[in-house]
Design a protein. Structure first.
Length: 318
């Protein structure tokens, strides 16, 4: 009986000590006439609630969950230097690539020839050969050969494709590697042709064509063909009326070579070998059927200089 009596009071003392340690303030007891007995279960419940509240107030704040970053984005540990991250890319390959260079191989090109003025194309290299075509001004053809002095060129005939003829170099321009062209032996000249030239190298044919007005005056026109091997640069014309034995005109020109017999055609300053042109001399109002003579001098230099040749032609005034 004695043990049962002291057990409740022992438990009450223990909880009282716990309450004092946790800072629980109990209200001061009012004097009563007689003590009131508190149930043991109520004491247990109050002590437990007080202890839980005290632990909740003194607990440290709960940290929010931290997101996990990829390893490359994790901050460095304390004391570890922050270094940049890069990937090394070599500029050159360990094994050089060698490209073989082929030796230069020149591409041969066929020389070409262009006419600076209308040029006859002949069977051989000279005006004594027959004309078989023409290379007109600005026209171009291929060159396949040359003579021994490279003054005449063997070309494809522009007038007859598939055939070949010779043109004079003095009235043309050749482009390309001409030194590699073969030297062709020309055919023999025609049996009726003469190969004898005057010592001056100037030979020509002259014939009367007709008359025409220029600036209100009458002029006699002649066709001249250069059969020599030199250019003709100047002309002198003296026209005489044989019927009246009077001189109608005597004039020299440095640009006398005309392309036609029209009204005052412009003149050229030279006539190449093998070429033809027109020249004119003043005759005025000469009566028709009078006998006239034209004395014509052609020279291979201007102002009647260099080598010259003279010919006379008679004609009847139209």
């Amino acid at each position: 009986m004695r043990n049962q009596f002291f057990r409740p009071f022992t438990m009450i003392g223990i909880f009282a000590l716990i309450a004092i340690a946790c800072g629980i303030n109990f209200p001061m007891a009012q004097p009563v006439s007689a003590p009131t007995q508190v149930p043991v279960e109520m004491i247990y419940t109050a002590a437990a609630e007080t202890l839980a509240a005290q632990l909740t107030q003194n607990a440290p704040p709960q940290l929010p969950p931290t997101a996990t970053l990829p390893p490359e984005q994790q901050p460095p540990e304390a004391g570890e230097p922050l270094l940049p991250t890069f990937t090394f890319t070599p500029l050159f390959s360990d094994t050089p690539t060698v490209t073989a260079t082929l030796p230069f191989t020149p591409t041969p090109t066929q020389p070409t020839i262009t006419a600076n003025q209308n040029t006859n194309c002949r069977k051989g290299p000279g005006p004594i050969y027959e004309r078989v075509g023409a290379l007109n001004i600005g026209q171009t053809s291929l060159v396949y050969g040359r003579n021994s002095t490279s003054t005449w060129w063997y070309i494809e005939n522009p007038s007859k494709p598939g055939s070949y003829c010779w043109v004079w170099g003095g009235s043309t321009t050749v482009s390309g590697a001409t030194v590699e062209l073969p030297v062709f032996t020309p055919p023999p000249p025609p049996a009726t042709a003469t190969t004898t030239l005057p010592a001056s190298g100037i030979a020509f044919e002259i014939s009367f064509v007709g008359k025409s007005k220029c600036s209100g005056d009458w002029y006699a026109y002649f066709k001249v063909k250069n059969n020599g091997n030199k250019e003709i640069e100047s002309v002198a014309i003296k026209i005489t009326n044989l019927t009246t034995n009077t001189i109608l005109s005597s004039t020299s020109y440095d640009n006398p070579f005309l392309g036609g017999t029209g009204k005052c055609p412009p003149g050229s300053d030279s006539l190449d070998a093998g070429e033809s042109a027109y020249i004119a001399g003043f005759i005025g109002n000469v009566p028709g059927n009078h006998q006239l003579k034209a004395g014509i001098t052609l020279c291979n230099d201007e102002a009647l200089g260099g080598k010259c040749e003279f010919k006379a032609v008679k004609f009847t005034a139209p």
